[in-house]
Design a protein. Structure first.
Length: 90
């Protein structure tokens, strides 16, 4: 239904909010993809591809994305999780 509405009423600069528990650090391929619109082909997260599936994917998008924290504070959060096992940003 959403795709049908967007096709019928294309809008420029339509706000988009993506929510999820991605458990990905700022150094991860997931974070790089969401923030930069692509993943470097030599990214460490893509090195283990025993079936060669990742090489066939076009990992690109043209969305301008930022985190909510960075948008409000002009920098990424130093910590979003602080436990004995992990201290950092997810």
């Amino acid at each position: 239904l959403l795709l049908q509405m967007l096709r019928q009423n294309p809008m420029n600069n339509l706000p988009l909010l993506i929510c999820g528990d991605f458990n990905s650090t700022p150094e991860s391929a997931v974070y790089e993809y969401l923030r930069r619109g692509q993943v470097r082909p030599d990214h460490e997260d893509l090195r283990n591809d025993p079936c060669g599936l990742l090489k066939q994917l076009n990992l690109r998008h043209a969305l301008s994305m930022a985190t909510a924290y960075e948008t409000c504070n002009r920098r990424e959060a130093q910590y979003t999780n602080y436990t004995e096992e992990f201290k950092g940003t997810l």
